[in-house]
Design a binder for this molecule. Structure first.
Ligand SMILES: Nc1ncnc2c1ncn2[C@@H]1O[C@H](COP(=O)(O)OP(=O)(O)OP(=O)(O)O)[C@@H](O)[C@H]1O
Ligand code: SF4
Ligand SMILES: [Mg+2]
Length: 315
């Protein structure tokens, strides 16, 4: 197995206009590093506003125009330009969007699944393939002629998943594929990801549903205020959480109903609120002097990564 995707030290900021014509840079993703191997599911878990969607958009090359991106994004070892991303998008890299509103309300389902084609020949071939994949996802021929408002929530979700698979992708990025779905449809959706893994597709599964992440992922990356603060093995979310490294990850795990709901006090700082020091400083029960003014780096600890001084040599 090799690395399919490498995200290396990316930062994203927006120019914000304050009083008068003053500008300031608002950093929303900071020095973010992660990788996905072929056939691996990496879940990215984080509360609202932690930067999950922006990460997806940066990889797919669909950030808004006023966003500044730095750092490297590599696909199979090759650094991607925005033009490369455009070529890979909808072919080797597919996106399952957060909302079914992504579907065009005025276009028939099969037409939007197939998309633009260069020739009639290509259109015919794609239509055959589309039908096969739709069939596989239990979407009968009648669905082809439907418009988005005629689909149930579960059907719409299956349309998005099958559309993403139409191009034989090697990497699928799914942004919050489960909210608002009933339990059965959630399980069905997670099964789709298991099948992708069996087909050796790498999956980045963005979610704030820790149960979904624990159910299907091989590893879990934890986001906090635009930082990756830990990348853990899924199996480490067990027992008393003694194999988890970062105090926030441990707190998340302890907050699961099965572990007694020990919520960590306080809130995730907004961008611009973290001046110096560790982003988790205000809420951390293990903080010490160094954490106040110095920012910890993401370091490797065996097969996981953590951003916390406690794990640095000599700490
Ligand atoms: N176009 C933009 N201009 C300025 N700030 C933005 C823009 N888009 C996103 N942000 C900010 O970047 C931060 C991260 O946004 P993002 O959408 O990635 O969060 P998220 O983790 O996906 O949240 P959610 O779980 O609610 O989907 C947020 O604080 C958001 O306000
Ligand atoms: S670096 Fe310090 S404040 Fe941050 S999580 Fe580790 S111990 Fe807590
Ligand atoms: Mg989002």
């Amino acid at each position: 197995m090799g690395d399919l995707l490498d995200v290396e030290n990316i930062s994203i900021s927006f120019t914000q206009y304050t009083k008068g014509l003053n500008q300031r840079d608002l950093r929303v993703i900071n020095d973010l590093t992660l990788n996905i191997e072929e056939g691996e599911i990496l879940a990215v878990l984080g509360s609202s506003g932690s930067g999950k969607s922006l990460l997806a958009h940066a990889i797919m090359g669909i950030l808004p125009e006023n966003a500044h991106l730095s750092g490297k994004i590599k696909f199979k070892g090759n650094e991607l330009t925005e033009k490369d991303k455009e070529e890979l998008r909808g072919s080797k890299m597919s996106f399952i969007p957060q909302s079914v509103n992504f579907l065009d309300p005025l276009m028939k389902i099969s037409d939007q699944a197939i998309g633009n084609c260069k020739s009639d020949e290509e259109r015919r071939e794609k239509r055959i393939k589309q039908r096969e994949i739709f069939e596989h996802y239990n979407l009968g021929p009648e669905v082809d002629e439907m418009y988005p408002h005629q689909l149930s929530g579960g059907m719409a979700r299956r349309v998005l998943v099958s559309t993403a698979l139409l191009s034989d992708p090697e990497l699928v990025i799914a942004d919050e594929p489960t909210p608002g779905l009933d339990e059965k449809t959630v399980e069905e959706t997670l099964n789709h990801f298991r099948h992708m893994k069996e087909d050796n597709i790498g999956v980045l599964l963005i979610t704030h549903d820790i149960h979904a992440a624990l159910d299907v992922a091989d590893r879990i990356g934890i986001f906090y205020s635009g930082y990756v603060i830990e990348i853990a093995q899924t199996k480490d979310f067990s027992g008393d959480g003694e194999n988890l490294l970062h105090p926030y990850t441990k707190a998340l795990y302890n907050a699961l109903p099965a572990n007694g709901f020990n919520l960590v006090k306080g809130h995730q700082p907004l961008h611009g609120e973290i001046r110096n020091g560790c982003p988790f400083y205000d809420r951390c029960e293990m903080k010490f002097d160094r954490c106040k003014n110095e920012r910890p780096q993401l370091i490797d600890i065996g097969d996981k990564k953590v951003r916390c001084f406690k794990y640095e040599e000599g700490a």
